[in-house]
Structures are given as structure tokens and as C-alpha cells.
Design a protein around this ligand. Structure first.
Ligand SMILES: Cc1cc2nc3c(=O)[nH]c(=O)nc-3n(C[C@H](O)[C@H](O)[C@H](O)COP(=O)(O)O)c2cc1C
Length: 730
């Protein structure tokens, strides 16, 4: 409900809201420029006398919300209006209303459309209230409850910006929009705007005294004064009409007595507060803060639109069989849309295997209609604190109400291991299903940050258990748009040692506007993310760890030429100026964490690329020890010159090289064992491990570290659970 309300209120009101918020911001600046901050103000009686000297025949004195005093007289020359010094009563010149301010005021209040415009602005304000409240409810749900509303958020791109800006501006937007609704209703007469003034009382007919001798007037502090209407000169029986912050009354010009007095009612005090909160008149700084917050509206409209556009069309992209005839039912619980990409790839693989598949949101779970199903697969993302995403929130209730089918169920969770409840909703689905008597085909799979490798492993496990020959499901993932990369440099190492390895550097490609706005593809990547290419002669992508990030200004990979390898041969034979089509996919589990913990980087062969990229990006110069294994130095050491530079400037604290074909041969895991004491200390201090290279090296390093940290009573598993052990092996 909140999502629908949020989306439609946003779409309907977006343009109006942008106009109203921008003009609101501009109007919030005027009080700051025009406010009169005179501290020593004359009391009402003295002010009248001083102004009478300056402007004989004065009939009215007004003090506006910003403290500016004006005096009005009607004489032979017609209407005269001057601005008055609040401390002396001297003239500061004629009143000139700012045409610009009036122009913005008219646009802000009624879009120059009088009554119709007023109504439109009122509707926009109501939409703004609805948007802010529904937006906060959505954010609270995504983040796991109202108390988590201020917690660190994990979104990137337009979605992340939308959430960040909204959380900063929400209070201001609620105040401005609620008070806007109130003022709109007051302007239309729906909310009464009472004046405190009572009827004119009977006044004595004795001769008037100078105003500064009238006690009721001299006792009114200039800072409280709002207006004075003077008795018409020479006319007996007239009183001074005064209005202050506290109320209004009539003062006898002969006796100086307050004849009647009416306190400002509670209602009109509420009106004053609403007026102050909305216009900032009288509290210019608050007005400016609220005005600045209203600038969030164009940002929220733009980013909201982008999120909506990016989320559209992400759902079903395969020929979808009917629920009653499908062999495999694929149910998807997704909020941001990324899980659909995996579900589509899975359905595509099922179809390639000669079966039919039915893709649907988890909320559409209807087991009584699955007449032909042989397998039901649930792809479930997790939000908040282990909660269901929007498209799956009805699932558990539907499951509880359903009879278990004989058809086995498989659950694949999509989540982020940096959350305490990693894939918590997928676990809940599996638990509830089992409790209802459904049998699970395989253990619940968990995909961390959309890892392609983990998806591919789960696909093999599913295929083995179900007997459906799926091949590698990851190859069926729809590719993002490809960009053209141009090779700018190539260095080859290790040719003598039968392990030629090339460091290839490409110029940063052009990024589409949509990718840039959403922070996707080449718009934003880090060392450790993946560069995907499709070699000639194959249609499945190959992925290489990136050795650079966007901040470096180029795209770099390190490629080992594998005997008989299609992609590596094509890459290694590229020459300067050659072009390549590629796209980037994030590999968030292999990024250096943002905290200041020291890094232990361990790699061999081409694995050096992403680790060198991490060191290059270590601009904050946290301690980083790199262990690197290679056959021999005879064919040169990749990144040799850079390593020297980075050791010099503090980005790399130590470099240990293990050569497996030298006079003193050793593998990288042996180098680790030799530094066991140091590594134990680093582990105790919270170090973070990143391991990149061949699978065997990965296993060897794991076993060595297991041995090294055993005396601490710790295990690599534990480090992994704490997010301190990241592996990228190939
Ligand atoms: C606000 C927010 C909260 C999240 N909470 C969790 C969580 O509690 N547990 C988890 O494993 N993943 C969590 N995630 C990660 C998502 O589940 C993960 O990115 C998933 O791949 C998103 O899939 P979708 O794009 O299909 O919605 C959260 C993501 C966001 C943006």
C-alpha cells in the first residue's frame, strides 16, 4: 500500500512539488536579507511620538514578522508610506516592496492561477505529506524497523541517494508540507483565521495627551508590538488600537488607560506558529534550514524517477508457461529487481534443458494450480532485519494456509553477508516450508551480493539433485550493456617460465547516462570487481578480476595465458589501440573494507592484479602486507616499479615474494608459515585477509592460515563469518 501511495503521489505531484519547493527555498532567503534586528526598540508610546515628528499625520504603524517598522499617513499628497528606524523613529526612506519577492510569492502560493492555482498547490502539499510519510514507512521497512531509520544504509546509486537525502530532509519536508496544507486551508477559508480585536469601547472626550505620556502605550515593549492605529486627529471619542504578540486592545488617548484588552487565543497562537514554521518570517534561520531541506524535493523526484525506471521491466523476460502446465515453478521475492536477473537466467536454463518454466512473484504462490510441476524453486532476497521484500510479504501466510505438495521445494537466498541476518528471509521460507511438510530438494543456497560464482555453484548442486541437466546457469544471465574498451598499454611477464601473464590497461570507456546516474557498469567499479568479456567463438562470458577502480581513471586486468584458453589467448594477443567489448559486474565481497584495519593480501600468478589494485587504491595508507607467489623472477615481476613506488609512499607496508622455481623454492603458503607469529598478531588486531589466485593456491593458503591461527583458538571459518576473509579464486 505504501509503495503504491508513494509512487503515485510522487508521479502526480512531482512537477508541482519541484516548483513549490524551489520557490519555497528562494522565499526562505528573503527574510534573511530583509530582517530588522534592531535590539533597542522604542516602546509603543515613544515610537508614536517619534514617528509623528518624522511623518506628521501618521495614522498607522506596523511591525512586520521580520521586525521591520513601517508608518502610513494619508495627507494632501495622498498615501505616504515610510520605513522607520525602530530605535529612533527616524525615516529610513519610502517603503519599496520587492517585486521579485512578490513574483515568487505568487508562483509559490497559486502558480499565478489564483483560486485554481491555490487548490493545485494545496493538493501538492497534501501529496507531499503522503509522500514523506509513506516514504519513511518504506525506508523503515527496508531498514528493519523505525528504530533503524537512522542506521547506516547500504544502497548505492540513485536508490542509495534517494534514501540518504530523504532521511536528512524528512523532518523539514513534513513541517513545510503540513504547515503548507494548513495555510492553504486557511487561505481558502476552511480553517478560520481569527483576529483578537474586540469592538471599539466608549472613549473619554477629554483632550488627548502626547502618546509617550500614556501609561498603557509606554508599557508596551517595542519588540512585542505588531501594529498601532492612531485616533484621527481632532476627532474626539477615538482610541488607539494596538496589537501585540500577546493580544489586542484599545487605549484611551486622554487617560492612557487600556480600555479593553483581548488576549491572543490559543487558536490564533497556533496560526502564528504555523505561519512562522512555514515562512520563516520572524525566524529567518529556521526558515532557511527548512528552505534548504525543501531543495531535497528535486533531488528526490529525480532519483525516485531513476529508481522507478531502473526497476521497470526487470521482472519476467522469458516465455512464461502457465502455472498449471509448467514443469518448474520459479517464485521470486525481490525489492530492487536484481534477483529477477538470476531467476530469468535459471528459467532460461530450464527451458534450454527442454522443460517449461513459470516465473512469478512469491506473493502469487498458488500451489493448488501447480498441476504439472516437478520442482518448485524460490529465489528470495532479504531486507531489513531478515524480512521479506515487498513482492514476497504474503508468501509465508499463503504457505501456512496451503497443503504441502509432493513436489520438492528448493530455496535460494539472495542477500548481503554484511547484515547480521544474512539471507534471513530465505531461511525463514525453508523453515516454514519444512514445518508444513514440504520436502527440500537441497540445502538452502545463499548468494552473497549477487555473486555469479555462487549462483553457478548452486545451479550445479540443483541440477545434480533434480536430474535436470542445466549446464552452468550463470552463463544464461542477461548481460548488461557492453562498452567499448581501447587497449592503451600491455606488459608481458613470465614468458620464460611457461606462465605468460599480461597486464592490460584500457582507457576508461564512455558510460551511458543511465549507468552513470545509477552508478552501474563502468560508472563505478573497484579493484576486485569483475570485467566480463565474450571471446570470439563462444557466447558465454569470461570474467577477470579488475586491477583498478574508477578513481584510477583506467580499466586494468591481469591475464594469465592458459594453454588452449580462448579468452586469455585473445586478450594476450591484443595490441595497443585494439578494441574490446566488455561490461563490469560488482563483486562486493572482494572489496577492501572501509574501516582502517590492516590488510593481508595473498595472491599468486594473475591474482596479483586485483591485489595490486587494492594497494593502488589504499590512499588512506592503512598497513598492507602483500604476499605474492610466482614461479621465478626471470620473466620479470608484474607491478615491480609500482610496488616500489607504493612502498615509498606508504600504500604498501611490506612485500613478501615466494618463488616456486628458484634456488630456495617456496610457495606462498610457506611464506605465510614463516611469518606465522606476525600474522597471529595481525589477526588479533583485526586484520582483513584478501586471497586471489588459482583454486589450489586458495586451498593451500586456507590450510596454512588454519594452522597459523589455531593456537589463538580461532578458525578461518570464524574469520569468514566476521567478514575478514575474502577469497577470489579461479
Ligand atoms: C536496505 C537494505 C536492507 C537489506 N537487508 C538485508 C538483510 O537483512 N540480510 C541480507 O542478507 N541482505 C540484506 N540486504 C541485501 C539484499 O538482500 C541484496 O542486495 C539482494 O541481492 C537484493 O535483491 P533484490 O535487488 O532482488 O531486491 C539488504 C539490502 C538493502 C538495500
Amino acid at each position: 500500500m505504501f509503495r503504491v501511495l508513494h509512487r503515485w503521489a510522487g508521479v502526480v505531484a512531482a512537477i508541482l512539488l519541484v516548483i513549490v519547493s524551489l520557490t519555497g527555498f528562494i522565499l526562505s532567503i528573503f527574510p534573511l536579507i530583509t530582517a530588522d534586528r534592531t535590539a533597542d526598540r522604542l516602546d509603543a508610546g515613544s515610537l508614536i511620538v517619534a514617528v509623528q515628528d518624522t511623518l506628521p499625520g501618521v495614522q498607522q504603524i506596523n511591525v512586520n514578522d521580520n521586525g521591520v517598522v513601517t508608518a502610513t499617513a494619508f495627507g494632501a499628497d495622498g498615501l505616504q508610506q515610510i520605513v522607520v528606524d525602530a530605535a529612533t523613529g527616524a525615516s529610513l526612506g519610502p517603503v519599496t516592496t520587492s517585486g521579485l519577492e512578490l513574483w515568487f510569492e505568487n508562483l509559490h502560493r497559486n502558480l499565478f492561477l489564483s483560486d485554481t492555482g491555490q487548490l493545485a498547490v494545496l493538493i501538492a502539499s497534501v501529496a507531499m505529506v503522503a509522500l514523506t510519510i509513506s516514504g519513511l514507512a518504506l525506508a523503515a521497512r527496508r531498514l528493519g524497523g523505525w528504530r533503524k531509520l537512522l542506521s547506516r544504509d547500504h544502497g548505492n546509486g540513485a536508490g542509495g541517494l534517494h534514501l540518504k537525502v530523504a532521511r536528512i530532509a524528512a523532518v523539514g519536508l513534513i513541517i513545510s508540507s503540513l504547515t503548507g496544507v494548513w495555510m492553504g486551508l486557511a487561505t481558502l477559508g476552511v480553517v478560520p483565521d481569527p483576529s483578537p480585536l474586540a469592538d471599539m469601547p466608549t472613549v473619554s472626550v477629554e483632550a488627548a495627551l502626547p502618546a509617550n505620556e500614556l501609561a498603557a502605550l509606554t508599557s508596551i515593549d517595542g519588540a512585542e508590538l505588531r501594529s498601532i492605529t492612531l485616533p484621527v486627529e481632532g476627532l474626539l471619542g477615538q482610541a488607539y488600537e494596538v496589537e501585540t504578540d500577546a493580544g489586542a486592545g484599545f487605549v484611551d488617548p486622554a487617560t492612557g488607560e487600556m480600555l479593553t484588552w483581548a488576549d491572543r487565543s490559543g487558536w490564533s497562537q497556533v496560526m502564528d506558529v504555523v505561519h512562522l514554521l512555514h515562512t520563516g518570517q520572524g525566524a529567518s534561520l529556521l526558515g532557511l534550514i527548512l528552505g534548504l531541506m525543501s531543495l531535497a524535493v528535486p533531488v528526490l523526484s529525480g532519483s525516485g524517477l531513476l529508481v522507478w525506471l531502473a526497476g521497470r521491466g526487470k521482472t519476467i523476460k522469458v516465455a512464461n508457461a502457465a502455472a498449471a502446465s509448467a514443469d518448474v515453478i520459479v517464485l521470486v521475492g525481490s525489492e530492487g529487481g536484481s534477483t529477477w536477473r538470476f531467476a530469468n537466467a535459471f528459467a532460461r536454463s530450464v527451458q534450454n534443458a527442454g522443460l517449461t518454466a513459470r516465473l512469478a512473484p512469491m506473493n502469487d504462490f498458488a500451489p493448488t494450480t501447480y498441476h504439472a510441476a516437478k520442482s518448485i524453486v524460490v529465489f528470495a532476497a532479504t531486507y531489513g532485519d531478515g524480512d521479506a521484500p515487498e513482492s514476497a510479504k504474503d508468501f509465508i501466510a499463503k504457505l501456512a494456509a496451503a497443503e504441502a505438495l509432493k513436489v520438492p521445494l528448493s530455496v535460494l537466498g539472495f542477500g548481503d553477508s554484511s547484515y547480521p541476518e544474512f539471507c534471513g528471509f530465505a531461511d525463514e521460507v525453508a523453515r516454514e516450508a519444512q514445518a508444513k511438510g514440504w520436502s527440500l530438494l537441497i540445502e538452502t543456497g545463499k548468494i552473497d551480493r549477487q555473486s555469479t560464482g555462487e549462483f553457478s555453484n548452486w545451479g550445479f548442486a540443483y541440477a545434480a539433485a533434480s536430474g535436470i541437466d542445466l549446464g552452468d546457469v550463470a552463463t544464461a544471465l542477461e548481460r548488461p550493456e557492453m562498452a567499448e574498451l581501447t587497449l592503451v598499454s600491455k606488459s608481458i611477464y613470465g614468458e620464460g617460465a611457461q606462465a605468460p601473464t599480461a597486464v592490460l590497461r584500457f582507457a576508461m570507456p564512455k558510460v551511458s547516462l543511465m549507468d552513470r546516474l545509477l552508478g552501474r557498469n563502468f560508472a563505478k567499479f573497484q579493484a576486485g570487481d569483475l570485467l566480463n568479456i565474450i571471446p570470439d567463438g563462444s557466447d558465454s562470458p569470461r570474467s577477470y578480476s579488475l586491477a583498478s577502480g574508477t578513481k584510477d581513471g583506467f580499466v586494468e586486468i591481469c591475464v594469465r595465458k592458459v594453454p588452449g584458453g580462448l579468452a586469455s589467448a585473445q586478450l594476450c594477443s591484443m595490441e595497443r589501440g585494439d578494441k574490446l567489448l566488455a561490461y563490469v559486474t560488482p563483486n562486493a565481497h572482494f572489496h577492501a573494507p572501509k574501516d582502517a584495519s590492516s590488510l593481508v593480501l595473498i595472491g599468486a600468478g594473475a591474482g596479483i592484479g586485483s591485489l595490486a589494485g587494492v594497494v593502488r587504491g589504499n590512499r588512506r595508507k592503512r598497513p598492507a602486507h602483500l604476499f605474492f607467489g610466482m614461479r621465478s623472477r626471470s620473466g620479470g615481476l608484474p607491478y615491480e616499479a609500482e610496488f616500489e613506488e607504493w612502498q615509498g609512499d606508504g600504500r604498501l607496508s611490506e612485500l613478501t615474494i615466494a618463488l616456486s622455481r628458484s634456488e630456495t623454492p617456496r610457495y606462498v603458503q610457506q611464506a605465510l608459515m614463516e611469518e606465522a607469529a606476525k600474522l597471529r598478531k595481525l589477526v588479533q588486531q583485526g586484520a582483513h585477509f584478501m586471497i586471489c589466485g588459482g583454486r589450489d593456491m586458495g586451498d593451500g593458503v586456507r590450510a596454512a592460515l588454519e594452522e597459523i591461527i589455531a593456537p589463538l583458538g580461532m578458525s578461518v571459518n570464524q574469520l569468514e563469518k566476521e567478514g575478514r576473509y575474502a577469497v577470489d579464486v579461479f
